[in-house]
Write a protein that binds this ligand. Structure first.
Ligand code: FBP
Length: 541
């Protein structure tokens, strides 16, 4: 009964809109051209139609009332779930239905795969009303399957012609938005009047740039992880006997680890980007942790909390060489169907990589050979870095004759991806859906929707559309030959204010247990609905 009650309360949450989205609007250029000097010439060539367009924004329509024709808009979820996704659909649905009740939103099942398999549902009020402000991607499901663009693009173009679909909204991370940009460019080249618009989704927080301030889901996920970390901290303080090694999701970038550290004040947090810059080996990292364990122990502190980013090992140079060599060996034998075994890899590797690989616990060595994502990258969430560090610290501390090391490991990942979205993520996603709808109605294609001033009150936000090429670089994507345009994943900026803030405080947190247990997300009552610390520190005008 209680669970139902909470769900009902969540369904009733009233999302807010920026002032400009409460009126009829026209799309205008913001005056900012997205031609960035940082864009590779090859990217420009790959997007001759999309490159060089301005960043679009809205202004109030002062002319006569706009007649909105009925349209059919498809929407896909792609990649890992992120809290708030359903509200993107709801925001889009509410907008286009309010403009013309004959317009339709088609929920495409299982990401892009649904497009090629023509598997979709025409959404209606009854379905939509069950998912307002509710976490998860289960309304239309998600997927990660990669389809070769040479097959996918013509198939989608044909599907639009036969079905009469006018536009597609892609809710995804870097991979999905790469697909969305290719599709938008392809349709322009074919003179096909179908719009493709992207939405920045990922709990990892790595889809951002000089225009996009944050991806949705990062706010809720980091609040959920921080609550759990805070609880563990209080337990550590209460029993004073365990070190807790906590790995948090976030793929390559350490944004999630950094945000959780700023919120909870652990004794130590590892930031992959810093470790790479300092060119540290695994042994250096282990020695740093063990030094702290010993230092605390001398003061009678046998407990502690360490936060580890999911992508840590990618940033340890000797590991990235090893991962590349393993990838290379697997790719050279791509016709092979059976899984590689540890023993076979030991026969193939040479030099330092062989030394490192053979020194790893067998389980970790095997995990390194397991599944790859669409880019051919190792799926980091499957590698138990927390356990690797525990195992290596135990070995090192034994060598130092230290006996009091009791360690518990944790991985917080999936539990943060589908929680009830915070009020921020509810509003942000609703606004992104509404924004996407307005661009589509105005015939704008090839943009990612964003909001300027997300750290302010929702009413003051300024929504915009950033042309896709702004976020691309040339890279091997693991499937097509040579280099191809791929959306960038943005890493932690070591010169940025959030990291500098960590530098200021982390020395204090090592020995003083200044733990901060922030408790669960507040949905009701007198909530300030705090933004992430990252967003507040990066505040842009
Ligand atoms: P995307 O948002 O980029 O799809 O990734 C989110 C994520 O949760 C990563 O943090 C994590 O590494 C990965 O998905 C796990 O993938 P899977 O759901 O396939 O296990």
């Amino acid at each position: 009964f209680k669970r139902r009650f909470i769900r009902t309360q969540r369904l009733r949450y009233q999302t807010h809109l920026p002032k400009i989205l409460t009126v009829e609007t026209n799309v205008v250029s913001s005056g900012v051209n997205s031609k960035s000097s940082g864009i590779d010439d090859e990217v420009k060539k790959a997007f001759p139609n999309l490159y060089g367009r301005p960043v679009f924004k809205f202004e109030k329509n002062k002319a006569e009332k706009i007649e909105h024709k009925a349209i059919k808009v498809g929407i896909v979820f792609s990649g890992g779930p992120a809290p708030g996704g359903h509200n993107v659909i709801v925001g889009l649905y509410d907008l286009i239905k309010s403009h013309n009740k004959n317009s339709e939103v088609w929920g495409i099942y299982h990401s892009m795969t649904g497009l090629y398999e023509e598997s979709y549902i025409v959404l209606n009020d009854e379905i939509i009303d069950q998912y307002r402000n509710i976490g998860g991607f289960n309304m239309i499901l998600t997927g990660r399957k990669y389809t070769d663009p040479e097959i996918a693009l013509p198939a989608f173009s044909k599907f639009c012609k036969t079905s009469g679909l006018n536009a597609l909204v892609v809710v995804g991370g870097d991979g999905s938005n790469t697909r969305a940009a290719e599709l938008a460019e392809y349709l322009c080249q074919k003179n096909q009047d179908v719009q493709v618009v992207g939405i920045p989704k990922t709990i990892d927080g790595d889809i951002k740039n000089r225009f996009i301030e944050t991806s949705f889901g990062f706010d809720t996920a980091t609040k959920v992880y921080s609550q759990l970390i805070g609880n563990i901290m209080i337990d550590a303080l209460s029993s004073e006997k365990y070190w807790h090694f906590i790995k948090v999701m976030g793929r390559s970038a350490s944004h999630v680890a950094l945000e959780c550290a700023l919120k909870t004040h652990p004794n130590m947090v590892l930031i992959g980007e810093e470790i790479e810059k300092q060119n540290k080996t695994l042994n250096d990292v282990i020695c740093d942790i063990c030094d702290l364990i010993e230092e605390r122990s001398k003061k009678g502190l046998k407990h502690g909390v360490l936060i580890i980013p999911e992508g840590l090992i990618e940033f340890i140079p000797e590991f990235s060489v090893l991962i590349n060599e393993c990838n290379q060996i697997v790719k050279e034998n791509k016709d092979r169907e059976e899984r590689w075994t540890r023993e076979e890899m030991l026969e193939k590797l040479k030099g330092n990589s062989l030394k490192l690989y053979s020194s790893l616990p067998k389980g970790i060595a095997r995990e390194l050979l397991y599944s790859k994502d669409w880019c051919g990258d190792i799926t980091l969430s499957k590698i138990a870095t927390d356990k690797l560090l525990k195992w290596s610290c135990r070995k090192e501390l034994k060598r130092r004759s230290y006996k009091d090391f009791n360690c518990m490991t944790h991985f917080f990942g999936y539990e943060g991806r589908c929680g009830y979205p915070s009020n921020f993520d509810c509003d942000y996603c609703y606004v992104l859906g509404n924004t996407a709808g307005r661009f589509i109605e105005s015939g704008i294609t090839g943009v990612m929707c964003g909001v300027n001033g997300t750290w302010k009150k929702t009413e003051e936000w300024i929504p915009f559309g950033m042309p896709f090429p702004e976020m691309f670089l040339m890279k091997s994507n693991g499937f097509q030959k040579g280099l191809n345009p791929v959306a960038k994943r943005i890493l932690v900026d070591l010169k940025g204010v959030p990291f500098k803030t960590l530098l200021k405080y982390r020395g204090i947190w090592r020995m003083d247990d200044d733990y901060y247990a922030c408790g669960p997300i507040q949905y009701h009552g007198d909530t300030k609905d705090e933004r992430t610390i990252t967003l507040l520190l990066e505040q842009r005008n």
